[in-house]
Every structure is written in C-alpha cells, then in structure tokens.
Design a protein around this ligand. Structure first.
Ligand code: NAP
Length: 332
C-alpha cells in the first residue's frame, strides 16, 4: 500500500482548507510503526482544526485527528508486530504530527499501545479521548475522596461526547449525576444513560448571585464561560470541579467566594496523560468502569471519511450530539 487517502488541512493565503487527498507513504524510521487506521474518533478539537476555527495546527499541511485505532501493517520496533491492534491518542497527534484522519498513520512505538484486553477496536474507538477524559476526572475525584454517597455530580455539555460518556460512567460507578444541557430534547437520552436530573443550563446561568444554592458535590465542566462560573458557585462544601473543556469559550468570570466560603477545589484535566496513567485508566475502562456498550449505542454514529468535513462544521455549530467516529474501509 504505497498510496493512501487522507484528510489534509492546508493554509492557503492564511485561510484554512481541508480536503481528501491521495498521499504517498514515507519510509519508516527505526522505532516507527505503520498503522492501518480502522477508526478515528471526531473530537471537538479536530473540528476546530479542520475548519481553522482556532489556532490548533500551526504547521501545514497537516492531517488532523487526535486519536486513531488500527492494525499494525509494518513495524521497525520490537514492541509491535504486523497484525497487532493498537490505539494512539495525544502526543500532539493531529496537531504537530499527522493524525488519525488518514488510512495510514506512521507513529513511533512509544506513542502506541495495544488494545486493552476485553475491548474490541470498535469499543475502544467509541470511548476514545472522551471516555479517557471522563475516566481522568473520575479518578481524580476518587483521589480527592469523592464517593457515590457524597452527593450529586453535575456534568455540563451533557449532550456532547465527553458529557454523555461521563454521565454513563459515573452512573455505572454508583454516582448520581445532574446533566446540564442547553438542549432539553436530549432529556430522555440523558436519563437513559443514567442521569438522575436534567437541568436546562440556559435557565440558570444568567443569575447574578455571588454564590448559589449548594447542590453539587462535584462537577465536570466541558463548556467554560458562564456555565463553569455557575457550576463553581453551585458547589456544596468541599465541592470538586474538573475543568475539561471550552465549548463556549476560554474565559469565565468568578470570585473567590466558592473557595473561601465552601472550600471549593477546581482542577484541570489534560487527556495527554503520562504512560502509567494511560495504561491504568484504559485497564479500568476495560474493567470496573467498562460502559454498557448497548446503552451507548444510540449515542454513537459512524461516518465514512468523506462526511468528516460536513460533520465537523455541524459539531462546531452545536448541531450534533453524542460520539461520532470515522470508520475506514479497513474496519469493514
Ligand atoms: N481537557 C482535555 O484533555 C479534553 C479532552 C476532551 C475534550 N475536551 C474539551 O471538552 C469539550 C467537550 O468535548 P466533546 O468531545 O464532548 O465536544 P462535543 O461532543 O462537541 O460536545 C460539546 C457540548 O458542549 C455543549 N456546548 C457546545 N457549545 C456550547 C455553547 N456555546 N454554550 C454552552 N454549551 C455548549 C453542547 O452540549 P449541550 O447540547 O448538551 O448543551 C455540546 O454537545 C470541548 O471543549 C473539548 O475540546 C478537553
């Protein structure tokens, strides 16, 4: 396979364009592995990259896609052999090095891991970065002493990929969750995933109160801005807030009151985790945090590579929900 299809993002006269192109594969350097992509999850960041909606990629041309699941075709590393099924996410893939939106992905062996035992390639792709990110937040909550009987856990951007997976995983781990969404038409789906409450976030975020009724033992925020501010003001005593995303923007207004009145603790999640944590959390995702994949099925959509650009535009406009994964021909 000397030629392959890839979604290539280029900068032309400072405007960003992405299109499917035929590329020629390069030589494998010592320690590198050639992976035939089967699946590549579509993350919010990828949508920004494909349409140049934020400065994610800085050197062009580039193949976007921060994650990939596939089969080793060739290897110049003794860690992997042809036929092995592997997963890669992070390590600046799809940003500083070519990413998952291509039939072939070349990567150093130290950026790859074998699929966790007990999860199929399709199941790993359904979880991908969003599932791993939710697992990072849950692990941190546990380290900080959160328990299922601590109280309600709020999850914003609930209709999105991280939101839905977080609701489902926390529910399976015994927590009660409140889904914060702008879109109440998702209510039945969010309850089916395990949400105990569904809150229309647009009805509450305009409050000007310096501190709100304490109602959440913890929160996972995927949105930023006024949503993050409201969640922080609504934490109960000792409440924990994981800042994960910026779907509504990078900034937020706030005061010290949640910290000095309610001992709030806020921390950030970065999915580009170090190796021991990657292996540990993927093992948990295959083990005690394994989702009920049948319950996730209505929230997952597989698309062919040529639908990627249209999908990414809709995801940026908030017109999609759940998890979308590109399925390549090799997965069939
Ligand atoms: N820190 C990390 O390592 C990490 C890892 C993964 C993802 N992220 C970030 O986390 C965020 C969520 O990722 P995702 O994959 O779940 O994205 P997604 O599938 O596109 O979902 C984002 C959700 O946020 C809500 N939303 C979107 N625009 C909004 C707006 N203007 N105001 C309020 N709510 C809005 C929507 O939920 P409703 O329709 O329910 O309101 C939407 O479904 C993104 O910012 C992503 O970049 C960060």
């Amino acid at each position: 396979m000397n030629h392959y299809q890839a979604m290539v993002t280029r900068s032309v006269d400072k405007a960003i364009h992405s299109q499917m192109e035929t590329l020629q594969r390069g030589e494998l350097a010592p320690g590198e592995v050639l992976v035939q992509a089967h699946y590549a999850g579509v993350n919010y960041k990828d949508c920004l990259s494909l349409h140049g909606a934020a400065r994610i990629i800085t050197q062009f041309p580039r193949v976007a896609g921060i994650e990939v699941v596939g089969k080793v075709l060739e290897s110049r590393s003794d860690q992997f052999r042809p036929g092995d099924m592997v997963l890669s996410h992070g390590f600046q893939r799809g940003i500083d090095v070519d990413g998952g939106f291509a039939e072939l992905v070349q990567a150093p062996a130290e950026h790859l891991q074998a699929l966790p035992p007990g999860l199929s390639a399709e199941q790993v792709a359904i979880l991908g970065v969003p599932g791993f990110t939710a697992a990072m937040a849950l692990e941190r909550f546990e380290e900080l002493g959160l328990k299922p009987d601590s109280g309600l856990v709020a999850i914003s951007g609930a209709g999105g990929a991280v939101g839905r997976l977080a609701i489902h995983m926390l529910h399976r781990a015994g927590y009660r969750t409140a889904a914060l969404t702008r879109n109440l038409s998702n209510e039945a789906a969010l309850r089916a995933l395990g949400a105990s409450e569904v809150i229309d976030i647009s009805q509450v975020i305009d409050s000007k109160r310096p501190i709100e009724k304490p109602q959440f033992a913890a929160g996972i925020d995927n949105v930023g801005g006024a949503v993050l501010s409201w969640m922080l003001r609504s934490l109960s005593d000792g409440g924990l807030l994981a800042s994960v995303g910026n779907a509504s923007g990078n900034t937020f207004d706030g005061s010290v009151l949640p910290f000095i009145m309610r001992r709030a603790q806020m921390f950030g999640i970065v999915a580009n985790a170090p190796w021991p944590q990657r292996r540990r959390l993927w093992d948990r995702l295959a083990g005690d945090w394994r989702p009920d994949f049948a319950a996730l099925q209505p929230d997952v959509r597989f698309i062919p590579p040529d639908e990627l650009l249209v999908h990414a535009r809709r995801q940026l406009e908030g017109g999609t929900s759940g998890r979308t994964v590109v399925r390549f021909g090799a997965a069939a």
